[in-house]
Design a protein around this ligand. Structure first.
Ligand code: F6P
Length: 368
């Protein structure tokens, strides 16, 4: 067989071969994790290929060999050298709005390469997709990554600490300009349906009001908190709001004609909050959405360390023939937990979480 017709699996040295991909939104620390899995795999004689652009690369058989040259110099690099996508193997867009179940193609490519395992770096949605592939027969190991910190079965996900640092820095910066102009600043964090980012950055940045999806808010309580501050001589207030936060009694299906403009805008719920604060408290309010800034740039030392610990533990588990697991953080340990126990489970902020207690103890208003 001519060499160019042979697959990498056919020309490689005997020994284990694994694949790695990241799926869903990117986050700082992905490259640190790829490097860690790859280097620790190499040290155990395991070779590794990286699929490009999420599950799509596996389905389209697009991959690169990850040797030392590819894995070098990427520890502190943001984004991901492999690219990512939100494509789902069971519902893959195939043009003109149609989707197809491509799981059989993923299985075929996995088998053609004679992979011993596939490592998926993913958040909440990606764990569901990884589990679908595991049920189709692939030996899957996952690492929990996302700025949302909402993956069940782990104390923390990598990417979260960096996003929280960026959001905290933004809140620090908003303080000075808010004070100069005697304004209320509403700052929206990402986080999807979980409030970890707004809560962590809000407390670390000293936000006066923190609104998260897990605690539906009463806008009157927010107004009271801001006015009470101004009666105490405070010239400004900072409101940290998670993108998923909603007022009490809100129904996403409700639609008020007066809200037409806002419903069409990005951040409709936060903008509605801004409008109501201006009307009810008669104050000047400015809005900042931190958006994808929270996912950009170099990972913090904490995230580099976490991604390295999880990635190296993952390679160790593969060498020991462990599969069908997510490598999770439990206290000081990185431990495997069954993928079936975490797929589809969302880890939101418990209302009695110590961070909330700490926030309340320093006088933070949670809108309830
Ligand atoms: O899951 C990570 C996340 O950044 C969420 O916080 C946010 O809701 C979503 O992704 C944004 O997705 P996209 O990058 O596809 O706009």
């Amino acid at each position: 067989m001519a060499l160019e017709k042979m697959t990498y699996a056919e020309v490689r040295m005997p020994g284990k071969l694994i694949g790695i991909l990241n799926s869903g939104g990117d986050c700082p620390g992905l490259n640190a994790a790829i490097r860690a899995v790859g280097k620790a795999a190499h040290s155990r004689g395991i070779e590794i290929v990286g699929f490009l652009d999420g599950f799509r690369g596996l389905i389209e058989n697009r991959y690169v060999q990850l040797d030392n040259a590819q894995l070098s110099g990427i520890l502190a690099l943001g984004g991901t050298i492999l690219g990512t996508s939100r494509d789902k193997p069971h519902k893959m867009p195939v043009g003109s709005g149609e989707t197809m179940n491509m799981i059989p193609m993923a299985v075929e490519n996995y088998e053609r390469l004679h992979l011993d395992a596939l490592v998926v770096l993913g958040g909440n949605g990606s764990h569901k997709n990884a589990y679908r592939l595991a049920k189709a027969g692939l030996n899957i190991l996952t690492l929990p990554k996302t700025i949302d910190n909402d993956v069940a079965g782990t104390d923390v996900t990598f990417g979260f600490d960096t996003a929280m640092s960026i959001a905290t820095d933004a809140i620090d910066r908003l303080h000075t300009t808010a004070d100069s102009h005697q304004r209320t600043m509403v700052v929206e964090t990402m986080g999807h349906d979980a409030g970890w980012l707004a809560l962590g950055a809000g407390i670390a940045g000293g936000a006066d009001v923190i609104l998260i999806p897990e605690i539906p808010y009463n806008v009157e309580r927010v107004v009271e908190a801001i006015l009470a501050r101004s009666r105490r001589g405070k010239r400004f207030s900072i409101v940290a709001v998670a993108e998923g936060a909603r007022p009490m009694g809100h129904d996403d299906h409700d639609h008020d004609d007066d809200e037409d403009d806002l419903e069409e805008a990005f951040h409709p719920h936060s903008l509605r909050l801004v409008q109501r604060l201006e009307e009810m408290a008669e104050i000047e309010v400015r809005f900042t959405a931190l958006g994808h800034l929270q996912r950009g740039g170099s990972p913090t030392p904490y995230d580099r360390l976490l991604a390295t610990r999880l990635g190296t533990r993952c390679a160790e588990l593969i060498a020991d023939d462990v599969g069908g697991v997510m490598v999770s953080v439990r206290g000081d340990e990185c431990v495997p937990v069954p993928l079936k126990d975490v797929a589809g489970e969302l880890r939101t902020v418990p209302p009695d979480h110590p961070w909330i207690d700490a926030g309340r103890a320093v006088g933070t208003c949670f809108g309830d």
